[in-house]
Design a protein around this ligand. Structure first.
Ligand code: SF4
Ligand code: SF4
Length: 65
């Protein structure tokens, strides 16, 4: 059990601010087809920087099994 950031897809505007804030390579991935991002829970360290960066309150830190 660990914590990781998660993006609520309905709230994400695809602005990529979270990607620029994230210190972990490839933890946040932009999906061009959807124009939204998603977070790889295996790469995320739950530091919370993307949560602070997102102006649309799309990021939450959640518990992963
Ligand atoms: S900062 Fe927020 S709205 Fe922008 S791409 Fe990241 S999750 Fe989506
Ligand atoms: S919580 Fe930290 S490590 Fe995880 S995606 Fe956000 S900025 Fe990257």
């Amino acid at each position: 059990m660990y914590f990781a950031a998660e993006v609520e897809q309905e709230k994400c505007k695809g602005c990529k601010l979270c990607i620029f804030s994230c210190p972990e390579p490839n933890a946040i991935i932009f999906k061009p087809a959807k124009k939204k991002v998603s977070i790889d829970p295996k790469r995320c360290k739950a530091c919370g920087l993307c949560l602070e960066a997102c102006k649309f309150l799309a990021v939450t830190i959640t518990q992963v099994k």
